[in-house]
Design a protein around this ligand. Sequence first.
Ligand SMILES: *Cc1c(COP(=O)(O)O)cnc(C)c1O
Length: 468
Amino acid sequence: MKYISTRADKTERGFSEILLEGLAPDGGLYLPSHYPRVDAQTLQRWRGLSYAELAFEVLSLYIDDIPAGDLRDIVSRTYTEQVFGSREITPLKPLDGGIRLQALSNGPTLAFKDMAMQLLGNLFEYELKRRGDQLNILGATSGDTGSAAEYAMRGKQGVRVFMLSPHGRMSPFQQAQMFSLQDENIHNLAVEGVFDDCQDIVKAVSNDLEFKRRYKIGTVNSINWARLVAQVVYYFAGYFQATRCNDEPVSFAVPSGNFGNICAGHVARMMGLPIRRLVLATNENDVLDEFFRTGTYRVRKSAETYETSSPSMDISKASNFERFVFDLLGRDGDRTRSLFKQEVELHGSFQLAPHEFAKVAEYGFVSGRSTHADRLATIRDTWERHGVMIDTHTADGLKVAREHRDASEPMLVLETALPVKFAATIREALGRDPERPAALEGIEALPKRFTVVPPDAQAVKDYVARHC
Ligand SMILES: *Cc1c(COP(=O)(O)O)cnc(C)c1O
């Protein structure tokens, strides 16, 4: 399998070449040169597999430059009952009328990012060892992504993580999750500033190409193809659990921000998994809902980006969205480049031609949005009627799923986090504290390991240089 850019650069690269990369050199995103089709016979064979075996089969179609035995070993070390809490890895929970939650949030940081990040940790370690190389991951986080990256990379050979977070601004639980890690290769830098300051520092350091090269600085952001392909697996796993045979269509509802999760659903559908609809749910930050309703993609300014109670979906632009648009436009890289490089960068938006937008339905996408009041109502309703406590992001997904539900077929709502991460909103909705997994009782009291730094790129560079 070879990988190409969404912006017309036709250079073909192997999986291992793009594994440690972010954007393609022309500024586009990497996609496989084609989607392998999974025929009925193969689907039938996959139905009986364990999650790790299924992951091996799916990943093998996209990774041909890691020997099969090694890939099998990486995958089976990643998707274990011990790490993800159940034999199914992503078990289903029935609600009502064909609606089921698919639990993606039972990994170490209690959010779905673990599903891909845990694999990435093992793939990075493998590839760096093979190259005899090292990588220093520099990132900024306001919560979920940073902790998923740290738990994936802790103790890994050849990898260090330098994670910037706004000092004193994360919830005590999130802080405890990250700062209690005692691994020597994990560095928590608490920046005296806000999240934007952290992001600006990461940009400034990454723009210093000499420093970046010398200290082998890399990232693990959501545009990484390996993260996306890891997420394709659970669409198959959910499908097999929800159906008895392979001609039953299923729909998925996905709480969305950067379009990474649902883009994996799009890839699964392109491979031939019988997904009828991909239901995209946003919160008040409705860039994507607007696009799927109107064909206009309008990036928001920071003043128009709201802080909501489903914060992992608070985005102003959706960094993976270009991948879908490339497919929608019949893989026309010139047109994709002109939309994202000219129109978005110059005017902050683009509008598809009517004949282009008309194709969206063929790809199964529909959308909706959910507000704070909707989240409270959905969390309360699910608790009262089913005794199931859901988090705020999953509530956005469930609210929009109900609007698009077709009683004749299963609808899987992807559960993207556990409620304990968003305790304040749970208390507001239910008047009680969220349930907490036993392993995380009292983590706020554990010793913390972090360094406070001023909001200054040079201070961060100095820290990195001293610790490499
Ligand atoms: C990251 C995240 C999302 C959004 O996923 P995307 O891949 O960015 O669309 C939704 N819910 C939770 C809990 C998340 O951490």
